[in-house]
Write a protein that binds this ligand. Structure first.
Ligand code: TMP
Length: 209
């Protein structure tokens, strides 16, 4: 059996990842591929309950503790969901993965990138995405899309400087991993964004139509 592929979706808040993941799923299914959508932090019962703690405004968590919590959630997700599904030929669409830790905890919260690299090396069972889609939209533009009456979570409450650093971090990661990370102009219409993603999928996985 051919192994499945892992595709991750990255970007700051409000860039339209979730909607696009749904469209990518439909596109791949039309190509007779079995697809499973999941997210980080989360993806398992354990992970989803820790996600609530992580995003709760009342939680006091230091940047390094936060990093370790996210990697604990990720490790369980990889062992219970990602590896078994990839091994049975299923393609995984993951809403955020390792690059989010480099961008948010590394570039955003200034945890040493060396420590994050170590966690990636030692605790992800060498599971790297086959393709990463980076939704390129600045914080200023993404703010305009944030629903007015939605209560902000622990991350969404962070300031402009944090999100600018995260955004610039993502751009650095994209430029350093050009063959894996593809940059999508997320300021365009939903349809245009989907077309850009499908183009990248077709370029990467040659037998898609
Ligand atoms: P979501 O709102 O996109 O589901 O993500 C929840 C938050 O978790 C989001 O603000 C980004 C943050 N996050 C990190 O800080 N580091 C990570 O490694 C991941 C996966 C998410």
């Amino acid at each position: 059996m051919t192994k499945g592929k892992l595709i991750s979706f990255e970007g700051i808040e409000g860039v339209g990842k979730s909607t696009s993941i749904g469209s990518v799923k439909k596109f791949l299914e039309k190509n007779q591929i079995e697809v499973y959508s999941t997210r980080e932090p989360g993806g398992t019962k354990y992970g989803e309950s820790l996600r609530n703690i992580l995003l709760n405004n009342k939680s006091k968590i230091s940047p390094e503790a936060e990093l370790l919590l996210i990697f604990s959630i990720r490790n369980q997700h990889i062992e219970d969901v990602i590896i078994p599904k990839l091994n049975s030929g299923i393609w995984i669409l993951c809403d955020r993965y390792i690059d989010a830790s480099i961008a948010y905890q590394g570039y955003g919260k200034k945890v040493s990138l060396k420590k994050i690299d170590m966690l990636i090396k030692e605790f992800t069972n060498e599971i790297k995405p086959d393709l990463t889609i980076f939704f390129d939209l600045s914080y200023k533009k993404s703010l305009k899309r944030f629903p007015k009456y939605k209560k902000k979570d622990r991350f969404e409450n962070l300031n402009n400087k944090f999100f600018d650093d995260v955004y610039n971090g993502y751009k650095k990661i994209s430029n350093q991993n050009k063959s894996r990370v593809k940059i999508i102009n997320a300021s365009k219409s939903k349809e245009d964004v989907n077309n850009q993603i499908i183009l990248e999928l077709k370029k990467k996985f040659k037998n898609l139509s």
